[in-house]
Design a protein around this ligand. Structure first.
Ligand SMILES: [Fe+2]
Ligand SMILES: [Fe+2]
Length: 266
């Protein structure tokens, strides 16, 4: 297979009937598993395959479990999935967790302690929990590694993102998520994408302080693509604008309690 990197993303052909390769180089591959949901809240599930390891990122709701499993089966036997990254416990991210554990009970669950407290409410707690806060780097068989960075209050207190150090792709969960009926796999015009991100961020994200604090945490990472859980993927030409969007974002309590802020806390 020819190498595919972030610079190819804008030319990647999407077919909803099969997985879409987003990155492929040296035994390390990343797929978008597609979703035929017709709502504006459509969810992205990704798969990282690294030699004999295969890790789902944000496996998604129960509703789409069989569809996601079909896409996985087009790449490898689903029971070979060795782990899943759950960036927080929302059902659109994590409700299929128990179905995946039926497929392979030894699957590792990569998440934060605050998320881990809540996940057993889906009905199972007998799984292998990998604490991404205590162990923020996970080395894959090829030597490539995943780095986990907490993103407090974006939107869950224990939310986190996953940075793939080989591809330089950032799996951002709900951060940079966009809501829209009309969408393409990758962002073309960032300016036109902003209102679609605003629809999500203004209501869900906690505050400008949380957003700026997160940007500071990731500013040392070389990011070539952002892969959010909702909406289009953000390619290399828009990364600077995407970081700037978060720096400037006024959302959540900035808006709800705008009068308190303007009175300096009184
Ligand atoms: Fe969420
Ligand atoms: Fe979400």
């Amino acid at each position: 297979m020819n190498a595919i990197t972030a610079n190819d993303l804008c030319r990647v052909n999407m077919n909803l009937e099969q997985p879409t390769t987003l990155y492929a180089e040296q035994g390390h591959r990343i797929f978008w598993l597609g979703n035929t949901d017709q709502t504006a809240f459509r969810c992205n599930t990704y798969l990282i395959v690294d030699l004999h390891e295969a890790i789902l990122v944000d496996p998604g709701s129960k509703q789409y479990f069989s569809q996601v499993m079909q896409r996985v089966a087009q790449i490898l036997p689903p029971e070979k999935i060795s782990g899943m990254v759950l960036c927080h416990q929302d059902p659109d991210v994590a409700a299929s967790m128990t179905d995946w554990l039926e497929v392979n009970p030894s699957m590792r669950v990569f998440t934060t302690p605050r998320t881990q407290v809540l996940l057993p409410h889906y009905g199972r707690s007998d799984y292998c929990y990998y604490d991404v806060t205590e162990n923020p780097v996970y080395t894959l068989p090829s030597g490539a590694c995943l780095k986990f960075v907490e993103a407090p209050f974006l939107h869950f207190p224990g939310a986190f993102v996953t940075y793939d150090a080989q591809s330089h792709y950032l799996f951002s969960g709900d951060i940079w998520a966009a809501l829209s009926l009309d969408w393409a796999l990758t962002v073309d015009s960032f300016d036109e994408h902003i209102p679609k991100m605003d629809l999500f961020h203004l209501d869900y994200m906690a505050s400008n302080l949380a957003a700026r604090g997160f940007v500071r945490r990731i500013k040392h990472l070389a990011i070539d693509a952002i892969l959010p859980q909702h909406g289009s993927l953000i390619g290399p030409q828009h990364i600077a604008a995407a970081l700037d969007y978060l720096r400037r974002l006024r959302c959540g309590t900035d808006i709800i309690y705008a009068d308190i802020e303007s009175n300096h806390g009184r």
